[in-house]
Design a protein around this ligand. Structure first.
Ligand code: 5RP
Length: 227
């Protein structure tokens, strides 16, 4: 089964199992969540009343195209469930996110969600975080080379994310440094070190955030971690 099919299967399973009528649903960002948004659009077309909060301009635009009502996070008290993707997941449901550039809004939306359901294919599974993926860190533009220096003191190679030969800008008009560690053996400690660096807005470690992780593997089998 191709990666694309796995993404579709796992995203649709999350909608089937966790989304219901009259819910407020958080929409993550990325190529896996794409299929969840399309599926929610189908539910709305069939008469379900579902209100969504988006984690990126990209997801908001897709949701609106699918006929889904999208509101600002400030307009809701809380979110029933958010469905989001990930770049790495370990066996303790600790996660790296942000290769899609939406980590700041994703973390704010996750914190406002009663359930955070992460959908991935098996290629995202690791035994130690940082083994494959860089850790994205969103920083403000002002003095960003100083922020980069402080990030590298934590033991990584920090690379300014580029797009079309310009620094990539997030939906919040910030930059991202992709921080490559050999491995992240103590993610809680690393997060505490990164969060106190002036200029850092948010990091891509989502450590106590997921309530469920759904992992699709080769034969279309879905493994569930958490609730
Ligand atoms: C965006 C993210 C995405 O959820 C993550 O990059 C996974 O994306 P995809 O499903 O396309 O692999 O964190 O900021």
């Amino acid at each position: 089964m191709t990666d694309v099919n796995l993404k579709k299967i796992v995203a649709e399973k999350a909608v089937d199992d966790y989304v219901d009528r009259d819910m407020i649903v958080g929409l993550g960002t990325g190529s896996t969540v794409y299929y969840a948004i399309k599926k929610i659009g189908g539910l709305v077309a069939s008469g379900y009343r579902i209100t969504c909060v988006a984690t990126s301009v990209q997801s908001e635009e897709l949701a609106k195209k699918c006929g889904i009502a999208v509101v600002d996070l400030n307009e809701v008290d809380s979110i029933d469930v958010t469905i989001d993707g990930a770049d790495e997941v370990d066996n303790s449901m600790r996660i790296i996110k942000g290769l899609g550039g939406a980590l700041l809004r994703e973390k704010i939306v996750a914190a406002a969600s009663m359930k955070e359901v992460i959908v991935v294919d098996e290629s995202k599974r690791v035994s130690v975080l940082g083994a494959k993926s860089s850790l994205p860190v969103e920083v403000i533009k002002f003095g960003h080379l100083k922020t980069k220096y402080a990030l590298e003191l934590q033991g990584c190679k920090a690379t300014l994310r580029m797009r079309n030969e310009e620094p990539f800008k997030t939906d919040n008009d910030n930059y991202i440094y992709d921080c490559k560690f050999n491995s992240i053996d103590n993610p809680f400690f690393l997060e505490s070190r990164i969060d106190v660096i002036p200029g850092v807005v948010e990091n891509g470690l989502f450590l106590n955030t997921a309530t469920t992780v759904l992992i699709a593997s080769g034969a279309g089998k879905i493994e569930k971690l958490g609730e």
